[in-house]
Design a protein around this ligand. Structure first.
Ligand SMILES: [Zn+2]
Length: 60
């Protein structure tokens, strides 16, 4: 089984226990963007947010 990439929403800076998992970075970023839009009402995923997300990606 391939490792999963994981982002904990809290580490991105939100007060949230959400965890996003995916098998590729592309998929992960898409899921984080969707989560941020639907749960945190973030209308724009800026380069800064993407950079922050990439900096907290873990593999499990
Ligand atoms: Zn969240």
């Amino acid at each position: 089984m391939a490792k999963e990439k994981i982002v904990r929403c809290r580490e991105v800076g939100f007060d949230c226990d959400g965890i996003v998992r995916a098998h590729t970075e592309e998929e992960l970023l898409a899921k984080v963007a969707q989560h941020a839009r639907t749960v945190h009402h973030l209308t724009e995923i800026t380069d800064e947010v993407v950079k922050k997300v990439k900096s907290v990606i873990r593999e499990e």
